[in-house]
Design a protein around this ligand. Structure first.
Ligand code: NAD
Length: 324
């Protein structure tokens, strides 16, 4: 029987302490070739400042296949709707049975957060203490939760064009994480004192200047996940050690897509994938002076790995209830 898994069940089951290792393992399996994952397909809707994406994958380690149908609509928050929401269909790859239909809006944020956390763990300097978040919407929230699981920070610094969003998030985090949380309005100072900078804006503007980013900083660039989107100046990207989640997607729609298109960087400028870092093929960083950049576009395999876990938990809970 097909399970319908709600947003509240996803949030209850996919806690960040469980999700970070699941996503880390999915990246490792990806690097080892244990997955099938064509690049996501975009349905662009410029009339509505948005798009839909179809993201299929087969995750061999859990013997699950499936597809996520997800959107990104920049103006939605202005009318009280989330910028990103999604539905995921989970299948048995052998019989094609539909195992579950999952409300995957929160799942998307949770697995994206986990990717940033994993990237910080492999790329940031070990003594990093301060993380700056540029853009304080839904993705930033999950980035922070994951950061505090994967590589806890002493200070979390929040910046948003709309300072109310940053203040609201600071209040929410005060009871949820064990770190000093502050809101800033001077981005230059914030960048200069950050060990890790995570950007989660709609990705249509250069939100910071290259010279504000100090040697040794790690950047998680999360917001640019469609063609033409870019959060960082190309000059900054050019001087970073760049780790992508997946080359095809990153060059088409990630933070690097614009500098690649402009021929400011090329494939040989990419150090490798986060999966290669996880399995030890490459190092996240080579020294304490490099600026490292993780370009996250979001992989279907992150969704599938987490969906498989959520489904397994629902299965075992329902069996327990039945037997009990
Ligand atoms: N890489 C991935 O896997 C992945 C996954 C999901 C979403 N995303 C992308 O992440 C982005 C953010 O998504 P969200 O759901 O958090 O959106 P959101 O609308 O909830 O939050 C975005 C925040 O950024 C702020 N902002 C906008 N421009 C800014 C600027 N120039 N400087 C500082 N703050 C600014 C907004 O005020 C808002 O608070 C979107 O572009 C989305 O497509 C990426």
């Amino acid at each position: 029987m097909t399970k319908l898994i709600s947003r509240s069940d996803v949030i209850r089951i996919a806690t960040m302490d469980k999700t970070v290792p699941i996503v880390e393992s999915a990246f490792a399996h990806m690097a080892k070739g244990d997955v099938l994952m064509p690049p996501k397909i975009y349905l662009d809707l410029p009339d509505f400042s948005g798009d839909f994406r179809a993201m299929p994958a087969y995750y061999k380690p859990k013997k699950k296949a499936g597809i996520k149908w997800v959107n990104s609509h920049t103006n939605n928050p202005k009318i009280g709707k989330p910028a990103v929401s999604a539905i995921l269909i989970l299948n048995d790859p052998e019989t094609a049975d539909t195992l579950a239909i999952i409300d995957a809006g929160a799942l998307t944020g949770i697995r994206t957060g986990a990717a940033g956390g994993v990237a910080s763990k492999y790329c940031a300097r070990a003594e990093s203490k301060t993380a700056l978040y540029v853009g304080c919407g839904m993705q930033a929230y999950y980035q922070i939760l994951a950061q505090q699981i994967a590589m806890p920070m002493e200070k979390i610094v929040l910046y948003d064009l709309n300072s109310e969003s940053a203040t609201k998030m600071a209040h929410q985090l005060a009871t949820e994480i064990n770190a000093e949380v502050s809101v800033i309005d001077n981005l230059e100072t914030g960048c200069k004192s950050a060990d890790i900078i995570t950007t989660t804006t709609p990705g249509r503007a250069h939100i910071l200047k290259s010279e504000w980013v100090m040697p040794g900083t790690h950047i998680n660039a999360i917001g640019a996940d469609a063609e033409g989107k870019q959060e960082l100046p190309s000059a900054l990207t050019k001087k970073c050690r760049i780790i992508v989640d997946e080359w095809e997607q990153a060059s088409h729609s990630g933070e690097i897509n614009v500098p690649i298109h402009e021929k400011i960087i090329e494939k040989s400028d990419i150090a490798g994938t986060i999966g290669q870092c996880v399995i030890g093929d490459i190092q996240g960083r080579n020294n304490d002076d490099e600026i490292t950049l993780f370009d996250s576009t979001g992989l279907a395999i992150q969704d599938l790995a987490l969906a498989a876990y959520i489904y397994e938990q629902c299965e075992s809970a329902s069996q327990f209830n039945f037997n009990g």
